[in-house]
Write a protein of this length. Structure first.
Length: 554
């Protein structure tokens, strides 16, 4: 048994000899760091399909509806479990329809084309229960709809709006009561954004009318009068890619959202913010690139997905050669008066050309799934030929280095020596917990490097310190830094840095009571007085003046 333990110890040591690193650096695109994504092939869908909704329900990747070969409606749902796709029937097809996640974890699906080839509109609405993998009809809408969106209010009511080549209206679904007409919209819309701004109100707006023409700057409200938004005259919400992005995908806070847009003047891609009903432009360190190095143009999709755990948002683009691009927007700095950070990732997916009529799905850990899609260009005729391919893109991929065979013998000898020494000593001195747990060692290593760097170089005193600055110092990727701070420390990057700044401010106030409040916050690395007071009170429970009075020497 002693030697078995020695061998196991050796194998653990060998398994821990690995290095996690970002993808290959590909240079910069208009000053934005560009990295290579790694690509993994997942099992194919049960049958080709495109234009479907892709969701992660529990731990199951799920695709709902869409079309299959021949531009034929596909009234099924497929879910991936234990490496195998399973398929269940829907009550109705929902190509060009809506999907929205309900509070009980089920999915509501409604409307869509009534015939093959994307023709007509339909009435039917159903719910899909991912725990039982069954669908249940729940009624019909106030009118037939395609090109329709839906969003859930805090009380469980569902707001519905949008139509395609038919009259639009704002409708409502109330649990237990069914569907009803609410009011006519200020303008006719297709695939509008429906974003709640209070428990009983939502804004409704779109980049396109019911015939696909560019929209005006009018915004409807579920409760309230329509209004004109100047930013929507200057910036167009990016056109949809078959399926609308859900409110939850765009949400950064309770009633705060990010929206992908393009400037009407020159087509420059950008991001709008909607906070408590007010629109503004998200400031980024650099503009979103419109081309890859070498001049290959980029076309940005409407799809934007927020990862609230890492305080980042993801946008996607296709290059002129059909390559897939993902941009990570770190929005944390905006809460401290800074600008959002940008990083980009590029992949050449084997086969290429299957991204049309498809919406990416962001998964945990910066992974992105593309399931199915219709073929275009050299591979096929768009809308009439679909693919069953499913691809997983890793923006942050663990790279395990091969262990040379000649290492194994020294490792075994070292383990044997350690094992013998432990037996001789009678195990009177147990190892500390962080040494006996290799997984914990691996997790804590980057955290230790981050804290040591910030403390030794006092980087927190730099007013415009960015997460990318720390990544550069450590020779790694900002995604790693963000994931470590959020996942291992349980706080955001600004909170992490602010803790050091507050501690430094306390030291200054203790050692130099003659310093004014302005001198203290400026010397401590804060950008402004408001942030200093807010962070100081959050950390100490007192205002700077109260703390100074309590700790003054008498």
């Amino acid at each position: 048994m002693k030697y078995l333990g020695i061998i196991v110890s050796a194998l653990i040591l060998v398994s821990c000899i690995q290095e996690t690193s970002p993808g290959q650096t590909l240079g910069e695109a208009d000053g934005v760091p560009l990295y290579k994504m790694t690509v993994e092939r997942l099992p194919d869908l049960p049958k080709p399909r495109g234009g479907q909704h892709t969701m992660l329900l529990g731990d199951e990747l799920t695709v709902l509806g869409g079309i299959t070969d021949g531009f034929v409606l596909e009234p099924t749902i497929a879910y991936l479990r234990d490496g195998t796709w399973n398929q269940v029937p829907m009550k109705y097809p929902h190509y060009y329809g809506f999907t929205t996640l309900l509070p009980d974890g089920s999915v509501m699906l409604g409307g869509g084309c009534s015939e093959n080839f994307g023709i007509g509109q339909s009435w039917g609405v159903e719910t899909y229960n991912p725990s039982t993998h069954t669908c249940k009809a729940v009624g019909i809408m106030d009118r037939k709809r395609a090109g329709v969106s839906a969003s859930v209010l805090q009380d469980g009511r569902v707001v519905i709006s949008g139509n395609w080549y038919a009259d639009d209206a704002i409708g409502l679904y109330e649990p237990g009561k069914g569907f009803s007409f609410v009011k006519e919209p200020a303008v006719q819309r297709a695939y509008p954004h429906i974003l709640p701004i209070s428990p009983d109100n939502a804004l409704i707006f779109s980049s396109e009318d019911t015939h696909g023409d560019i929209m005006q700057d009018l915004v409807d409200q579920l409760s309230g009068e329509p209004f004109t938004e100047p930013l929507l005259k200057e910036w167009n919400i990016l056109p949809y890619m078959v399926n609308p992005t859900s409110a939850d995908d765009l949400r950064t806070g309770e009633y705060a959202y990010l929206l992908p847009a393009s400037r009407q003047e020159d087509g420059q891609a950008g991001i709008l913010r909607l906070t408590d009903g007010h629109f503004s432009l998200l400031e980024t360190e650099r503009p979103l690139p419109m081309a890859l190095p070498g001049g290959e143009p980029l076309v940005w999709m409407r799809s934007l997905q927020v990862d609230r755990a890492s305080r980042s948002a993801w946008m996607y683009a296709l290059s002129g050669n059909g390559r897939f691009v993902a941009a990570m927007i770190g929005y944390d700095p905006i809460f401290e008066g800074g600008k959002a950070t940008l990083e980009m990732f590029l992949a050449d997916k084997p086969g290429g050309g299957t991204f049309f009529n498809n919406t990416p799905r962001l998964l945990e850990g910066g992974r992105i799934v593309l399931a199915g899609g219709v073929l275009s260009g050299a591979r096929g005729d768009s809308n009439f030929e679909a693919t069953a391919e499913v691809w997983l893109f890793h923006t942050v991929a663990p790279v395990k280095k091969a262990v040379p065979l000649w290492w194994i013998l020294p490792v075994l000898l070292l383990a044997a020596f350690a094992g013998g020494w432990t037996v001789t000593r009678g195990r009177k001195q147990p190892l500390p917990e962080d040494v006996t747990d290799p997984a914990k060692m691996e997790k804590n290593d980057l955290q230790t490097r981050i804290t040591e760097l910030v403390e030794e170089k006092q980087l927190f005193l730099i007013k415009d310190l960015k997460i990318s600055d720390i990544a550069r110092e450590l020779g790694t990727n900002a995604t790693y830094i963000s994931a470590c701070i959020n996942g291992q420390m349980g706080i955001s990057f600004p909170e992490f840095i602010s803790r050091y700044r507050v501690e430094y401010a306390l030291k200054l106030m203790q050692e130099h009571p003659e310093m004014s409040s302005v001198e203290v916050w400026e010397a401590s690395g804060f950008n402004n007085e408001k942030t200093f007071f807010r962070r100081f009170r959050s950390q100490t429970g007192m205002t700077p003046a109260e703390w100074k009075k309590q700790h003054s020497t008498k």
